[in-house]
Design a protein around this ligand. Structure first.
Ligand code: GLN
Length: 201
């Protein structure tokens, strides 16, 4: 069975933690900062951080258009927190000039769960993740206001959507890379492996 090569967009955020989580989930994991590096991966994680900063840096590094193109072509992608915002086709409260990569037909509200000092942890049942609930770490986390028909809602917290999937694109409001529980990374590695085995990359 092929071992997927999965990149972590390394412009800002918990890059190291994602690399470790992916390696633990049996992928070859590499940081991605340049278009040539993006071209070599089978899938990509977009970490949390600050979505406006990540989108500005992506432009600066010449990555925004290649990212959009690969996501449009069906490269598996997983966005956590700010990464979820970057995968939204629409942001409810964008900063002026804030752009996204897009890929998931959803409207996301930034900082929806409150400010930095209102960050929290909560047990979240995620559909497709076997066993006990996932410990969700929410840091100035967004939530999903609404989704289109093609989007599968995987989890809710307090009545708000916090995990979604559309085809090969996965997004969570929370940060699974910080907990040592790598089941969500495992789910993503399986998505990449399925895509590779279908020969559609
Ligand atoms: N609130 C941040 C944003 O708008 C996301 C926070 C995070 O990724 N932890 O980008």
């Amino acid at each position: 069975m092929s071992t997927p090569v999965i990149g972590v967009l390394a412009l800002q955020g918990d890059v190291r933690e994602h690399l470790i989580a992916l390696a633990t989930a049996d992928a070859v994991a590499r940081p991605v900062r340049r278009p040539e590096e993006l071209a070599e991966v089978d899938g990509l994680v977009i970490p949390g951080g600050e979505s406006t900063t990540i989108s500005k840096l992506a432009h600066l590094f010449g990555l925004m258009d290649p990212l959009r193109a690969r996501v449009r072509e069906g490269m598996p992608v997983y966005g956590t927190c700010a990464g979820m915002i970057l995968l939204a086709d629409k942001i409810l409260d964008p900063r002026s000039g804030q752009e996204t990569v897009g890929g998931i037909d959803m409207i996301v509200r930034r900082n929806a769960f409150g400010r930095q000092n209102e960050s929290f942890e909560a047990a979240v049942e995620v559909s497709g993740v076997e066993g006990a609930p996932v410990e969700g770490v929410f840091i100035r986390a967004p939530w999903v206001e609404s989704v289109g028909a093609a989007v599968q809602v995987l989890a809710e917290h307090d009545g708000h959507i916090v995990a979604v999937r559309q085809g090969s694109a996965l997004a969570t409001s929370f940060h699974p890379e910080l907990t040592g529980d790598h089941r969500l990374h495992g789910l993503f590695v399986d998505m990449v492996r399925e895509k590779l085995e279908a020969g559609s990359l």
